[in-house]
Design a protein around this ligand. Sequence first.
Ligand code: AMP
Length: 541
Amino acid sequence: MQGLMMNYPLTLDRILEHANRIYPHKRISTKQIDGSMHRYTYADLYSRVKRLANVLRKLGVNPGDRVGTFAWNNYQHLELYYAIPGAGAVCHTLNIRLFPDQLTYVVNHAEDKVVFIDGTLLPLFERVADKIETVEHYVLFNVPPGVESKLPNTVMYEDLMADVDDDFEWAVTDENTAMGLCYTSGTTGNPKGVLYSHRSMYLHTIGECHPNALDLSSRDIVLPVVPQFHAMAWGLPYACALSGAELVMPGPHLKPAPLAQLIDEEKVTVPAGVPSIWNALYHELKANPRDISHVRALVVGGSAMPRSLIEAYEEQLGVNVLHAWGMTEMSPVGTVCQLQDHHQQLPNHQKWDVKAKQGYVVAGVEMRITNDAGEELPWDGATMGEVQVRGPWIARQYFRVDPTPDSFTADGWFRTGDVATLSEDGYMQITDRTKDLVKSGGEWISSVALENALMAHPGVMEAAVIAIPDDQWQERPLAVVVPAPDAGELTADELNAHLAPNFAKFWLPDEYVFVEEIPKTSVGKFDKKVLRYRHAQGELG
Ligand code: AMP
């Protein structure tokens, strides 16, 4: 027997309708190129999104077409996040930090019809323009005075907007229609596209706002430092509209000092970004203190937040750190580390131990860990296995690639490629990516655990551990360390003595290399592929 409830499609325009109806006065503030603030409300956003949907129609964008965006976090990019899906097309966020070949590949693979470009980024796109095959129009905004575009068929965003009205009927009635496309940063081979649907993103939005996840509400002011070109800015542009939270968009101002200023002056309650940004911000706040007492949760994900940095924020700055884990393939949020009742009595240092874990699944996501044979492993906090997930906002296939067993299991789970333990009460702790684990003498060594412990040493600013080939043990760990500015002389012996109390002897790195900087990927993670390459070239160690 079927239920007798309405079959009401979960489309993203409903989220914007809700924001316009209930929170029309709530603000969206963008820090512009010149440092001034652009401010408007959800009511303004609503009306401009409808105009922009009309612009898309005029440009010949039809339902199902892919439309690229190449921009910082700002109000125009937000308008695109709603207008493209609202017009039935697919919002393809292009990572501005991709190498030219990868950028060319993703635009051509997606067959983008129109690309919207932030004028400050024009030179980055112009490098690849002559290799782009399908783009019919380039639409520019924020073009700095005096800058001339070398792209063909360019039109100006505001000129187009001035030419249309804000009367538009949302185009999508089937909730399974595609709405967004995001290519993974791809550590091997070509980047792979994840194609979100209205339904998947709608449900992800509700899941993300849940009190046991980010607990967003109309009392919040959210600063997505995580770029809109990375994993849909963790879904925050939708979650804020659903919950009535105000948005502060940093534009290109991502250095620690302007971020600290923005958090202070805009009274941000939830800044969200990757650990390397928060590491830099911590040092900035120590050097130039500011009032950030309004921050109720510093959301961090994308890589493991070292426990030492969590402790530093919590103890020295009084900031509550909220660790989350996810993947582009998961829309992206999978787990959030909210403490539960049974943690409340713990002394602080044990609470931070818990907060350094990636947390438990957002309701809607199912998780298991398995061994190499695909057998499920126990939730005992010690056994490590590959993390597999399934749920309504998890990819079941990559765009234009047949599903393969290395990404999707026969019984319908997505293989994340992360290795973790799960505690009895459901807290996941990532120990590594499968390909970053160090396999020494048949045993696994977690590079992440070593990195976190090294970064807890006061003389260490950043540390990345990679596996290097070893005749006797197959692989051994090599630590690449950036000393803190005032560290003085650091030695391998000293660092191994620091690690020794907490690790088996065979875990300790045989070699240390001291460098000025660790290379980062386009989304700010340690780029171990580059480190491995440099080591193979004899440039490290
Ligand atoms: P991306 O799809 O680029 O966001 O990358 C997803 C990958 O980032 C995951 O599979 C993890 O390896 C890593 N990751 C994301 N969040 C965390 C976290 N909180 N701790 C450790 N690794 C993380």
